[in-house]
Design a protein around this ligand. Structure first.
Ligand code: Q9C
Ligand code: ZN
Length: 341
């Protein structure tokens, strides 16, 4: 399969995140991509640049005012004499109004963000836009008949909701790819999210949709980010009721338990009989990941890829998390080569 990649990802750099009470350099850093690129090249996957699909396919899954905010937020920050990176300091949480969007930049940050771990820097929009184009290009390759394609997106996407950002994510690359496949005539599309963290943004976007199944296997929100989504009783609403499946697992989960749960998730995808699959591919399930607590080893990632291949579906892999930077390349390449068999 081909890897779609843009060097513009590197424009999202230089931020700090609030992590366990301290401001630290972001775990989600540009060098992640260098390791992944080296490993997929070593595995023999050809690299290509994304095509430009513009804003329209992004606006199919995101709110127009939210997108305008992402495009202009840093300029507004600079206009009040600031530079560097932006983090919110107050949120529209319980008891706060949701029906007034503040005009000032600090209020806007708190309105659209839901954590203080996702800084915006000057190049964030350019990087996020390029990542979305990579996801769209991979989806287009699959729509045109490729059995699979891999979008090496950075920043990641699965925490970005219809009009919210967080968890290092701004544009939901996987959701954008899934909607593109729908718009190319695939009647039912499934998203299988194997990142360590619950794919709350993807769940949000397709919550009331019966044509896009969302399935996530992740660390329990009782202790793990994003804390307030990802429980098993979240099943969708309205027409989408029954078309969302969450499989939370405890800290310390190792391969045997993980594999059994992944098989359940795969069975849910199979029962939906989709015409295409998007895999939100985070490898922060790895035992040495600095912010996660599962115990998967390098040898398990090819097995994960083979299990997903068992669905026999045209598949778009979209890069999500994974922060053990020296090892994530081998783990990503392991899934992709395991899928190819
Ligand atoms: N205090 C992805 O893997 N920060 N996002 C938690 C712990 C949020 C991870 C840090 C982690 C988000 C795409
Ligand atoms: Zn993650």
């Amino acid at each position: 399969m081909r890897t779609v990649y843009s060097p513009l990802h590197a424009r999202h750099d230089g931020g700090m995140e609030l992590h366990r009470g301290e401001l630290v350099p972001c775990f989600e850093m540009p060098v992640r991509v260098e390791y992944i690129l080296a490993a997929v090249l070593a595995a023999g996957l050809p690299i290509m640049a994304p095509r430009d699909f513009g804003l329209a396919p992004i606006l199919r899954v995101h709110d127009a005012d939210f997108i305008a905010f992402l495009q202009t937020a840093f300029a507004q920050w600079k206009a009040v004499g600031k530079d560097g990176f932006m983090l919110p300091s107050g949120f529209a949480a319980r008891s706060m109004r949701q029906d007034h969007i503040p005009t000032g930049i600090n209020g806007k940050l708190g309105y659209y963000a839901y954590d203080a771990g996702t800084p915006i820097v000057e190049g964030t929009w350019d990087a996020a836009f390029a990542g979305a184009q990579s996801a769209l290009t991979a989806a287009a390759l699959v729509a045109e008949g490729a059995p699979a394609a891999y979008a090496l997106c950075r920043p990641p996407g699965h925490h970005a909701g219809y009009a919210t950002y967080g968890g290092y994510c701004f544009l939901n690359n996987g959701a954008i790819a899934a909607q593109f496949l729908r718009d190319q005539g695939r009647a039912r599309v499934a998203v299988l999210d194997v990142d360590y963290h619950h794919g709350n943004g993807t769940q949000d976007i397709f919550w009331e949709r019966a044509d896009v199944l969302t399935v996530s296997v992740h660390g329990t929100p009782e202790s793990e980010y994003p804390f307030f989504r990802g429980y098993a009783d979240e099943r969708g609403a309205g027409a989408g009721l029954g078309f969302n499946h969450n499989f939370p697992l405890p800290r310390g989960t190792a391969w045997d338990q993980y594999r059994a749960t992944l098989e359940e998730a795969i069975a849910a995808v199979r029962a939906f009989a989709p015409e295409a699959l998007v895999v939100s591919l985070g490898v922060d399930t790895y035992e040495n990941d600095p912010i996660s607590a599962f115990k998967l080893k390098e040898a398990h990632y090819p097995l994960m890829g083979a299990a997903i291949a068992g669905l026999g579906l045209p598949t778009v892999f979209v890069q999500e998390g994974g922060y053990a930077v020296a090892e994530i390349g081998r783990n990503v390449a392991g899934v992709l080569t395991g899928f190819e068999g």
